[in-house]
Design a protein around this ligand. Structure first.
Ligand code: FAD
Length: 306
């Protein structure tokens, strides 16, 4: 079986999830055709093991992200099985391609086995759903759930100029400036909840984040009540994250928060209440106030660095 993979980039390099999509296809014994929108990083994609062919998709519509236009331009290049990242952009393009082709989309898949049987969390992560796919489908894969493929290949690159027939065109997309690492990009996340007391106290989490190269996240309570930017919210109505380490500070562990972070590789919880539900999913727990635990964590981290 051949998978079509739609690459995602960070501008001048492929996003790590693209390597994971190719790794997931390769684990099924499949070679992939990788489509690089706007031709970005096509030569990088050609070097990844398991890639049979790269399509460098060029055209006016690719200059800024527009899910409708991109899906319109890309859908005719896609084969029967399409893999895309379960990132916000990936989910949007994937759904639109599925609608155009009249095929199902299965979002947020965390495992795939031959057949094809896929599984994904449902009901805010309380249960896993297994689905066996018999026809065509678009499958979005959760970032960090699959092994990344290595880069030792030299696949051919085909250039296809494809313009979309669009009624509305986006002239410019302005990113909200943020110097901080995005929670969906980070390998370590330190998130704070209402237990931090005030938004100003997040400076303690930022200090730790700067020391270890982590992103700072937040619970919805902090976003709704203290005006923390929504892009930092982790959970059912925020971002879904799968870092190697998730540190939850002063977060109770409501099911809607767990939905966004319970598949992190390791979870460390700091909470003064020993009965807080967050300890039910944590690999490591510190029952203490953050006022006691965070300075100790800071000094342990600076000892490690010296
Ligand atoms: P709380 O539940 O108030 O917990 C605060 C914790 O801090 C407590 O456990 C307390 O013991 C601890 N604490 C207090 N003081 C200290 C201290 N000094 N040191 C250490 N610990 C301390 N929530 C999300 O996070 N993300 C979502 O995406 C999301 N989506 C939702 C969608 C829906 C439809 C609904 C209904 C709710 C959603 N929620 C979401 C809200 C969720 O139900 C909880 O209300 C929210 O997660 C609680 O945030 P919290 O843990 O920060 O606050």
């Amino acid at each position: 079986m051949n998978f079509t993979i739609i690459a995602e980039t960070n501008g001048d390099s492929l996003h790590p999830t693209t390597y994971q999509l190719i790794g997931a296809a390769a684990s099924m014994g499949s070679n992939s055709t990788v489509i690089c929108p706007n031709g970005e990083c096509a030569s990088e994609a050609a070097k990844i093991n398991g890639v049979e062919k790269v399509i460098s998709a060029t055209g006016d519509c690719f200059s800024v992200f527009d899910g409708g236009a991109w899906a319109s331009a890309l859908s005719s290049m896609c084969g029967k099985m399409i893999l895309i990242s379960a990132s916000p952009n990936g989910r949007e393009i994937g759904s639109r391609i599925a609608a155009k082709k009249g095929i199902p989309i299965i979002q947020d898949v965390v495992s795939m086995t031959e057949g094809i049987t896929v599984s994904r969390p449902i009901y805010s992560g309380k249960a896993m759903e297994s689905l066996t796919i018999s026809g065509s489908a678009v499958i979005s894969l959760r970032p960090n759930a699959f092994e990344a493929a290595l880069a030792e290949n030299d696949a051919p690159i085909n250039i296809i100029d494809q313009s979309a027939d669009v009624r509305i065109s986006i002239q410019e997309a302005i990113n909200k400036a943020s110097e901080r690492l995005d929670v969906t990009e980070a390998d370590i996340i330190i998130s704070g909840g209402r237990g931090m007391g005030t938004i100003e106290n997040f400076s303690h989490l930022e200090e730790i984040a700067d020391t270890v190269g982590a992103a700072v996240g937040a619970s919805r309570a902090v976003v709704d009540e203290w005006g923390m930017p929504h892009r930092m919210q982790v959970g059912q109505t925020g971002k879904t994250v799968t870092p190697s380490l998730y540190i939850a500070v002063g977060i109770s562990g409501a099911i809607q928060h767990l939905a966004g972070m319970r598949s992190s590789k390791y979870i460390l919880a700091i909470n003064k209440d020993p009965d807080a539900p967050i300890f039910g999913v944590a690999d490591y727990g510190i029952v203490a106030t953050w006022e006691d635990a965070i300075p100790a964590l800071k000094s342990a981290l600076s000892d490690l660095q010296s």
